[in-house]
Design a protein around this ligand. Structure first.
Ligand code: NAD
Length: 410
């Protein structure tokens, strides 16, 4: 959605091919099927250059085809490439007429573009990559919540290419973004994406580990990390301790690279630890909760924040999921609120109360857990709770007067 809309904003004609009719209809009515800052505005502005369809015949006039389908985890943590393979088959059937360059933008494990996508395209089309059509890998580094801004202002564009013609076409389409372009081979481009996400996730788990120790020792971890981040070799980003990382990328990408490494005979000890710290982190919220209100059975616990971060309605691998599961296991009543993500969470948990306001969620609650860093959680009137116990997983609460406040790492 973001890739296509932003390319349209740069003056390109964009056709979205999407399997879900409902999403196609929404896009054609200038309504984005996901929430992202400025996405609705950009979509509306560029509708004359945008259309959406379920029909792969629309590929006929394409010069560049970006594959942006999901690459979730399989049960064992390894990458599920079924959407990628399926898409490559469908594109293969339409590789006719003029030259087309097929670009894998989805996050895929190293070797996928050359070892899986290209062979499928060649087999189905009967054509040869490099001679009859182009193939490339172009990882995406945007952050959800700031996706449009990040796509429009990239730190770098990584292009994993196999021949000059595709490189030229991709350089041209990315020219208006005025970003450094890094040319490499597809498998390296694929690894760059995993290495970037793995390092960012490592920074978060590292900060959580330091934060956990700081809490025990009565040291303010945010003060510590502020000074740590002033070192230009480290940078101040991704150093905020809290309830851990979730989302559609870090958890599944870490699982994928660790699982791939294992299949290659290499155990990624550091990244396994990064995942372990992240799994345990949200459960600290439950321990802190029990410290204050005892057994959770039949207690009313408000969970504020269901999205994995602010600015999105995405709940994939959200830390709130782990916490709600644990609360339900301990037979607590859960009242939940999120400004954007409740509809998505309803598909996952039916047995909790979804409240349309913060006040409805916290009213008469025995305690409140803050799981997402929404700005509106900074100044809540907690006095309507039965007992104003607030466990903050994101360091958002500013006014702590009259409440029993405890931070996860502070
Ligand atoms: N979400 C992010 O912030 C982000 C950032 C960087 C990279 N990525 C990568 O981008 C990829 C997509 O991520 P996402 O979050 O947009 O996934 P998503 O699951 O939200 O969206 C993928 C879309 O592709 C559609 N689809 C599946 N198979 C299709 C097919 N054969 N033809 C047409 N449409 C098809 C699905 O219906 C869905 O709407 C993943 O590999 C992800 O790792 C995502």
């Amino acid at each position: 959605m973001v890739t296509g809309t932003c390319f349209a904003d740069m003056g390109n004609n964009v056709t979205f091919i999407e399997l879900e009719e409902k999403k196609v209809e929404k896009i054609n009515n200038a309504m984005p099927p996901i929430h992202e800052e400025r996405l609705d505005e950009l979509l509306r502005k560029n509708m004359e250059r945008i259309k959406a369809t379920v029909d792969y015949d629309a590929l006929e006039n394409a010069d560049i085809i970006f594959i942006c389908v999901g690459t979730p985890s399989m049960e064992d943590g390894s990458i599920d490439l079924s959407y990628i393979k399926n898409t490559a088959e469908k594109i293969g059937e339409k590789l006719k007429g003029k030259w087309k360059t097929v670009v894998v933008k989805s996050t895929v494990t190293p070797g996928t573009t050359e070892g899986i996508v290209v062979p499928i395209l060649e087999k189905i089309s009967g054509k040869k990559a490099g001679r009859d059509f182009g193939a490339a890998m172009n990882p995406e580094f945007l952050r959800e919540g700031k996706a449009v801004k990040d796509f429009m202002n990239p730190d770098r564009i990584v292009l994993g290419v196999m021949e000059k013609k595709s490189e030229k076409m991709l350089r041209k389409i990315y020219e208006p973004f005025h970003a450094p372009i890094f040319i490499t081979k597809p498998s390296t481009a694929e690894m760059i994406k995993y290495a970037s996400n793995a390092l960012l996730a490592t920074k978060i788990s590292f900060s959580n580990e330091i934060g956990n120790l700081c809490k025990i020792m009565g040291i303010d971890t945010y003060e510590v990390m502020k000074a740590v981040g002033m070192d230009h070799r480290i940078s101040p980003h991704f150093l905020n301790a809290g309830a851990g990382f979730g989302g559609s990328c870090f958890p599944k990408d870490l699982r994928a690279i660790v699982s791939m490494a294992k299949k290659k005979g290499y155990e990624m000890e550091l990244l396994n630890s990064v995942m372990n710290v992240n799994e345990k982190q949200p459960l600290r919220m439950i321990n802190l909760l029990e410290k204050h209100i005892g057994k959770l059975k039949e207690k009313r616990v408000a969970v504020l924040g269901l999205a994995f971060k602010k600015g999105t309605d995405d709940i994939r691998d959200s830390r709130a999921i782990v916490v709600i599961q644990e609360l339900l296991k301990r037979e607590a009543y859960v009242s939940a609120y999120d400004p954007l993500a409740m509809e998505n969470m309803k598909k996952m948990f039916g047995g909790i109360e979804y409240c349309s306001t913060i006040n409805d969620a916290i009213k008469n609650a025995d305690a409140c857990l803050i799981m997402t860093d929404w700005d509106e959680f900074s100044s809540i009137n907690f006095s309507i709770m039965k007992k104003p116990v607030v466990i903050d997983g994101r360091r958002v609460v500013k006014d702590k007067r009259g409440i029993i406040y405890e931070g996860i790492c502070w």
